[in-house]
Unconditional design. Structure first.
Length: 228
């Protein structure tokens, strides 16, 4: 998996595609799209804090607490729905995924990323707490649900009748090659950000899902648990 997988997904979207960012505080995906020349994309987003005074041009924003219920969008509205490090903050993770499916257009894509079970392997960040970097899932007190494995993402997608196109761990071979040198250096120089990046992309600290809503599906399907 590429270090920035969302870029490839954004690049492949059709002309004037609509993109929804669930948890859009940094507007990172608007920036990613512009870096690749995809200024045609139509962006919208929600967050639990009011960002209306600092929006990118043309951005549709709604203040919304995703833990309390549905988003303020109609069924089948977006070509791509992104939930980047959001699901681990929600007590209603299953319902949240169903909501992602509901507002995704038939044939559209859903991209989710979240801490994996490998985020439980290490102790917490040992220094520079004021910089808010994480080595452990438990470093963030707003993590309320659970880490996700690639298989748990795969199963959840199937339970809602959608197609898991790709699941896995966010890794980078460059970070893995440099890991033996970078980790001691980051610890000795107390560089929390460098330590975080090296650990995350060497170990696969986060898992991801790219799913597709079937072309024949409208709105939100019923959750159906099953064992193959």
């Amino acid at each position: 998996m590429q270090l920035n997988p969302i870029r490839k997904i954004l690049l492949a979207l059709p002309l004037n595609a609509k993109v929804l960012d669930l948890g859009c505080m940094s507007f990172r995906h608007v920036t990613e799209a512009k870096l690749m020349g995809r200024t045609d994309l139509i962006h919208a987003g929600v967050d639990y804090v009011d960002l209306s005074n600092d929006l990118p041009e043309g951005f549709e924003f709604h203040k919304c607490d995703l833990s309390l219920g549905p988003t303020p969008f109609a069924d089948d509205s977006f070509d791509l729905v992104i939930g980047w490090h959001i699901i681990e903050h929600l007590p209603n993770a299953i319902e949240f995924f169903g909501e992602c499916v509901r507002i995704c257009r038939p044939g559209g894509l859903i991209y989710l990323e979240t801490p994996s079970e490998r985020s439980l392997w290490l102790p917490g960040m040992p220094f520079k707490h004021e910089e808010f970097h994480s080595l452990s899932f438990y470093d963030d007190p707003t993590h309320v649900f659970r880490p996700w494995t690639p298989q748990s993402f795969y199963r959840l997608t199937c339970y809602f009748g959608c197609t898991p196109l790709k699941t896995g761990y966010r890794t980078s071979w460059k970070h893995r090659l440099s890991f033996p040198l970078v980790i001691p250096y980051a610890l000795l120089t107390r560089q929390a950000g460098l330590l975080e990046r090296s650990v995350w992309y060497s170990l696969g600290w986060a898992s991801y899902l790219l799913a597709q809503k079937p072309a024949a599906m409208r709105g939100q399907p019923t959750f159906g648990y099953y064992l193959a």
